[in-house]
Design a protein around this ligand. Sequence first.
Ligand code: NDP
Length: 289
Amino acid sequence: MTAGIINGTEIAARIRAEVAQKVAQRKASGLSIPGLATVLVGEDPASQTYVRSKHRACEEAGINSFGFTLPADTPQEKLEGLISELNQDERVHGILLQSPIPKGLDEQKALSVMSIKKDVDGFHPVNIGRLAQKGPDPLFVSCTPAGIMVLLDKVLPSLEGMNAVVLGRSNIVGMPVALLLVRANATVTICHSRTRDIPTITRNADVLVAAIGRTEMVRGDWIKPGAVVIDVGINRVEDSSQKKGYRLVGDVAFDEACQVAGAITPVPGGVGPMTIAMLMSNTLKAAEI
Ligand code: NDP
């Protein structure tokens, strides 16, 4: 068997084009232009790169973006004060606090100040809590998990009754994905660093989501024939043949997995591009509600 490749780059590009079209329609009808405010605390180079690419994506979609940079030694009250101001700012529909924030600042406390209507990253404790409960849906689902569900929907329109295994239980990926899979009526097992005999568990998975940050840990013989495999991992491995001196690989041994899985996301070009696409989509939604 050779797995079908789930092309996240193409799917993300389509979502971004749809968002751009809807933003243009809003402009033409005299409605407000969606606006995203990013808050970056400190000078972490990776965070600076992520924030820049989010602003670029906004520009491409016709979304206004407002960048706020605070020094690493910003007091908690000042950070919360900025978020409160952005809550009141009518030009701003979505607020993104770039994670991680410097040690000494309380990210959860800062997020809880944010209006849930502007929480386009889906990390507000109320939005996370709603994900875990029956009752009102979260207003926003965090972007990587939401993107994973879009990718799954392309190959498995119904997950009802399927066995889904999620490797990883982080707040950012593993846990919200597991909650979304439960909401989609899959039967979900979450594995983590203390789980015993992971391969026996994954071999029973119709859907396998790997989000552990361990280079190619998932081998071909861990995968049930025909399963859908979503590889979230982004790991750098040295590669002198590349200009940068490294290449990116996932948590899944891709070549082995391709021989067994029914469909699989590549790294790069699978889950990665979906994150920004979903941020654009959430920002548009924030302007619509
Ligand atoms: P974290 O480090 O926060 O969480 C990793 C999870 O994997 C933890 O739950 C940990 O278990 C579990 N884990 C680690 N090692 C093992 C192991 N040997 N066996 C079983 N479980 C293990 O990572 P993130 O969730 O933030 O990210 C995971 C991966 O996804 C990373 O490679 C990251 O770069 C990538 N990523 C990609 C994104 C994208 O494509 N846009 C966005 C976000 C992340 P425990 O809880 O017990 O410690």
